[in-house]
Design a protein around this ligand. Structure first.
Ligand code: ADP
Ligand code: MG
Length: 606
């Protein structure tokens, strides 16, 4: 064996193993360079998922002839002027991307520096450089990468279908674009424009905020904008801004959860945990809120030099950052507790849209003119959080027609959730409000109320229990009995006192007083099922939402029970006085509200 320094080509290829994992990583590095170069517009072309061609064109500061010659050398960077790894203000800083890409693909660069009259071209193929030579070019830079991994066939084998690779690239560009609304982005696959985001105009603080929401909307969808809570918080020198969805807007995976640290998209377990903590009481554990959060931290408080791909960061005080995120989200959730989802009522309204059979219905106005109440268009106004719910209602009059057809003016107190008018299908309470109707899912609402009551009781002097005159004996399989008995102390704290009675039998002696009469047998069976699925290391109090939901399910107001007027109004008043009553413990809305305005649209009156 001979000890030797490896030739540069080989070194670059080895480094490429870390920096260039797939076409999307090339796109990421090149787009980051364009952003660092101060581009206003970045145009991307990807062919065959990036395997045959990746081209990035920007209008940034560009490079001079000398710079272009240097940029493909290892550790050549213009971004660490003071040899300081602490104050990194750019996305790049390692000077590795271009040489690495040049090591595994055919790379060509054309650039013209800002203020210069001449453009320069350079290419690298199989480690050999050609150029720089003069080339025509407007201000800015175009980098083209062809035949990715031709020099490292092993890597080529790991590429997925062009479609999948393209999707990865699109996702990367979207993430970068979310952090930079001031930059326009396009991405085409050669036939189709997949991304088309125009640069935001204003540069004032307020304009930038609006621009950010516009950009997020373009990427995360209209629904997100309509159902997002604004997040703003500061702790020490760490600033948190962004948007998070109401619990009623959620997804089955974490793909719509974005975190940015000083403008850099990062993936961080810290975010996942913080979101779990903040939404614990509102979302089932397999549902994920949609969020885009932007952290601004002083450069010294975060280390971005953890991995060559720069998607991980290390916070000096992770606890502080986590605490900031959790408390900001909890505050926002508390404020939004009564805001019902617009998504839900909008799509329900959509469902009411008359079918084509009604298009020209006799007696309709306009002599058979087509009838289109424009329901598709979403109402732009947000559902404001209900005005202070626990305050005394203000009086308002309403007309009441008696049996003889005489109209009486009646005082009608203006409760935010209105006055109950009917119960339908033994499940829905319909209430009339000052300017619309509210439909309450009594089961979901009750579940939330029970959850909040138990939570309050736990925080104060414990959950009151009520002894059963005749203890209830429940037969179960042995593992279920074991699981329940293992949790007996915790269940007792929640108001449910159980004892083992034999190998496959449990006896229930006391139940939570606030639940009233309940179907104890099925409650115990369901709790056993819940425990079988739940995390054994987690305290029951931490999955309180689930436990309460199960308990509430088996108590009195569950769906299917007929309620009288007083019971219905009591439910509405209690909802108004209870925080978070807009959603059940699983993130579904407990009520929807249709404004008269929207109902009028349904009937083509507007
Ligand atoms: P890094 O971004 O870490 O500095 P790169 O290998 O990605 O390393 O780029 C090397 C250098 O090339 C950059 O520091 C920059 O000076 C120059 N460069 C790369 N891309 C561009 C571009 N699109 N516009 C202007 N300069 C660029
Ligand atoms: Mg770079």
């Amino acid at each position: 064996m001979t000890l030797r320094l490896l030739p540069e080509t080989l070194v670059n290829r080895i480094a490429a193993g870390e920096v260039v994992e797939r076409p999307a990583s090339v796109v990421k590095e090149l787009v980051e360079n364009s952003i660092d170069a101060g581009a206003r517009n970045i145009d991307i072309v990807i062919r065959d998922g990036g395997q045959t061609l990746i081209s990035i064109d920007d209008d940034g500061i560009g490079m001079s002839g000398d710079e272009i010659a240097l940029c493909v050398q290892r550790h050549a960077t213009s971004k660490l002027p003071d040899d300081d790894l602490i104050h990194i203000a750019t996305l790049g800083f390692r000077g590795e991307a271009l040489p690495s890409i040049g090591g595994v693909a055919r790379l060509s660069i054309v650039s013209r520096a800002d203020g210069s009259n001449d453009g320069w071209a350079l290419s690298v193929e199989g480690g050999t450089r050609k150029g720089p030579e003069p080339a025509g070019r407007t201000k800015g830079t175009r980098v083209e990468v062809r035949d990715l991994f031709y020099a490292t066939p092993a890597r080529l084998k790991f590429l997925k279908t062009p479609r999948t690779e393209q999707n990865h690239a699109v996702e990367i560009v979207n993430r970068l674009a979310m952090a930079h609304p001031e930059i326009g982005f396009t991405l085409s696959d050669g036939n189709r424009t997949v991304i088309n985001l125009s640069p935001a105009q204003g540069r004032e603080q307020g304009e930038l905020f609006a621009a950010r929401l516009d950009r997020l909307t373009a990427i995360m969808g209209r629904e997100f904008a309509d159902n997002a809570m604004l997040i703003e918080a500061v702790r020490e020198n760490v600033q948190l801004t962004g948007y998070a969805s109401l619990p009623t807007l959620n997804r089955g995976n974490a793909a719509m959860q974005f975190l940015f640290v000083n403008g850099r998209p990062v993936r961080d377990k810290l975010l996942v945990g913080a979101l779990r903590g903040a939404y614990r009481d509102f979302l089932a554990s397999d549902r994920y809120p949609m969020v885009a959060l932007f952290l601004d931290v002083p450069p010294g408080a975060v280390d971005v030099n953890v991995h060559p791909a720069k998607t991980e960061v290390r916070f000096r005080d992770a606890g502080l950052v986590r605490g900031l995120i959790v408390s900001a989200l909890k505050h926002a959730l508390a404020d939004a507790g009564h805001r019902a989802s617009t998504t839900v009522s909008n799509s329900a309204l959509g469902a009411f849209r008359p079918g084509s059979g009604l298009a020209s219905w006799p007696g309709g106005s306009g002599g058979g003119a087509s009838y289109s109440p424009q329901l598709a268009e979403r109402s732009t106004e947000y559902h404001q959080p209900l005005p202070h719910l626990s305050t005394t209602p203000t009086a308002r009059t309403m007309e009441h027609v008696d049996a003889d057809g005489v109209v009486h003016e009646m005082e009608m107190p203006e409760y935010p959730l209105g006055v109950a008018r009917a119960q339908l299908h033994a499940t829905y309470v319909v209430a009339q409000t000052a300017d619309g109707i509210v439909i309450v899912d009594q089961h979901a609402a009750h579940e939330r109320l029970v959850h909040e009551r138990i939570k309050n009781a736990l925080e104060q002097d414990g959950v009151a229990r009520q002894g059963l005159l005749i203890p209830e004996v429940v037969d179960l399989d042995e593992p279920s009995v074991d699981r329940l008995i293992a949790r007996a102390d915790e269940l007792a704290e929640l108001g449910l006192v159980i004892e083992q009675f034999g190998p496959g039998t449990i006896v229930v002696r006391e139940t939570p007083a606030l639940l009233g009469e309940m179907d104890i047998k099925s409650l115990i069976r369901n709790l056993a099922d819940d425990l079988a699925e739940s995390d054994e290391t987690l305290a029951l109090k931490d999955s309180l939402g689930d436990v309460c939901a199960t308990m509430a399910c088996h108590s009195s107001i569950r769906a299917g029970r007929l309620l009288n007027g007083d019971e219905m109004n009591t439910l509405l008043r209690e909802m108004e006085a209870t925080p978070h009553s807009g959603q059940c413990s699983h993130g579904r809305p407990t009520y929807v509200e249709l404004k008269l305005h929207d109902i009028e649209k349904l009937f083509g009156r507007r």
